[in-house]
Design a protein around this ligand. Structure first.
Ligand SMILES: NC(=O)c1ccc[n+]([C@@H]2O[C@H](COP(=O)([O-])OP(=O)(O)OC[C@H]3O[C@@H](n4cnc5c(N)ncnc54)[C@H](OP(=O)(O)O)[C@@H]3O)[C@@H](O)[C@H]2O)c1
Length: 276
């Protein structure tokens, strides 16, 4: 059984999720389990880098798990697989996501295409995260009720990573989006999925605070990843850059830094909040 803090990150093969995995692994006493779906080679590369960070520290172990988070059956076995490998789970980062356009204002977009896209996005961005949240919360509750000494010993070991972690039974960070608050005119499904995830997290934060389970959201604007490249380097790129006060878009590492803070250090009193 791991004596480190075990964090599950979905979509760790590329982009923001990859940066989150690497940032977490820089902290002492953190083991990272991450998922990938299609990017096997990239996932192997991330796993290799994580392992290099840990060096000879036998308390830490990292693992990669293939899981399509849009597939309910695959989601149902993921948390159990991580716990089987690491012996526990202390935090979940719901990062995996997709963005697709299905522009209602375009007469060539059919109802069928509109709804198929809507459901696909909700399956990945919202229902997958919902299922994993349910499973993670059950695992946190199990650990804190039946083996509180186990969590305490992990937390004690992890003191150098985070003194505030010792009071948490578990933490969840949802990667939502600025789109949740302003909408996306040609991608309403994406914006809706992020708004749903945001209020889902706030709802559970209110319910689970008494169990010392904290839930946070990070809602970035444009971040320089594969997902953003068409918008940033396409015809409207200059306008996208101008939307940010700095005149540039964020780097994945800048978002990862916020996520690592919420996973490892943020006071539990911050539960329910969104970092923009
Ligand atoms: N980039 C932005 O401007 C921006 C802004 C705000 C919020 N976000 C959010 O940040 C998160 C990460 O986005 P990103 O920019 O890093 O995107 P990205 O570079 O396209 O990476 C997406 C990640 O999600 C995984 N993923 C996609 N579909 C999946 C599925 N069905 N099952 C499991 N994993 C799946 C991918 O895994 P595989 O490659 O292995 O399939 C990949 O690791 C998303 O939730 C996104 O909505 C991004």
């Amino acid at each position: 059984m791991s004596s480190s803090i075990v964090v599950l990150v979905t979509g760790g093969s590329r982009g923001i999720g990859r940066a989150v995995c690497l940032e977490l692994a820089r902290a002492p006493n953190v083991s990272v389990a991450f998922t990938f779906n299609r990017s096997q080679d990239e996932a192997n590369d991330v796993l290799q880098q994580l392992t290099q960070f840990s060096g000879a520290d036998n308390n830490r172990k990292h693992s990669a798990h293939r899981c399509d988070v849009g597939d309910d059956a695959q989601c149902r076995t993921l948390v159990a697989a991580v716990v089987a490998e690491h012996g526990r789970l202390d935090a979940l980062v719901n990062n995996a996501g997709i963005a697709e356009e299905h522009d209602l204002g375009n007469n060539e977009v059919s109802l069928e295409h509109f709804m198929v896209t809507m459901r696909k996005i909700m399956d990945v961005n919202f229902f997958g995260a919902s299922s994993l949240t349910f499973q993670a919360v059950r695992q946190f509750q199990l650990q804190s009720s039946s083996t509180s000494s186990t969590l305490n010993s992990a937390s004690t070991t992890a003191t150098s990573a985070s003194s505030s972690f010792s009071t948490a039974a578990g933490r969840i960070v949802n990667i939502t989006s600025r789109a949740a608050y302003r909408g996306e005119h040609t991608a309403p499904g994406y914006a809706s999925s992020k708004a749903a995830l945001s209020i889902f997290g706030q709802s559970l934060a209110r319910r689970l605070g008494k169990d010392n389970i904290a839930i946070f959201s990070v809602a970035p604007g444009w971040v320089e990843t594969e997902m953003a490249k068409d918008a940033v380097y396409g015809p409207g790129g200059a306008e996208v850059l101008a939307q940010h006060p700095l005149g540039r878009i964020a780097q994945p590492e800048e978002v990862a830094n916020q996520v690592a803070y919420l996973v490892l250090q943020a006071p539990l009193a911050m539960t329910g909040t969104t970092v923009l």
